[in-house]
Design a protein around this ligand. Sequence first.
Ligand code: AMP
Length: 125
Amino acid sequence: MHKKYNKNNIFFKIINGEIPCDKVLETKHSLAFKDINPRAKIHILLIPKNPYLNLNDFISSADKLEKLDIFNAISEVVSLYNLEESGYRLLTNVGKDGHQEVQHLHFHILGGQPLGSFIKKLEIN
Ligand code: AMP
């Protein structure tokens, strides 16, 4: 486990069943559930069940089956909500600059309406 991984994070508690979630899909290695504060008509979070801090940690430490599983799970969520045609946005925030609030890897799957351009234009110093 990554030395910065803290088991007090909310997604670890969801995986362990300590706190509930609005589950959308569960596979061997991944769990998808509705975001509690949806930023679009469809806003699903997809997380690996094993404790990974962020995408870097997952890429360097997860095994091939977990990696395959999470990509298949993305595809399943997309099918479940019929997002192939209309499109969607997949994103993961990493670390401080990425504004990652929950310190367990999660992918946001957003859709169900036009999402506008990528992110607001930032001031570049
Ligand atoms: P991020 O800023 O990328 O770390 O996103 C964290 C996301 O987790 C936010 O969109 C929150 O609304 C969402 N979130 C926090 N707590 C819960 C919860 N208990 N159930 C579902 N989503 C949550």
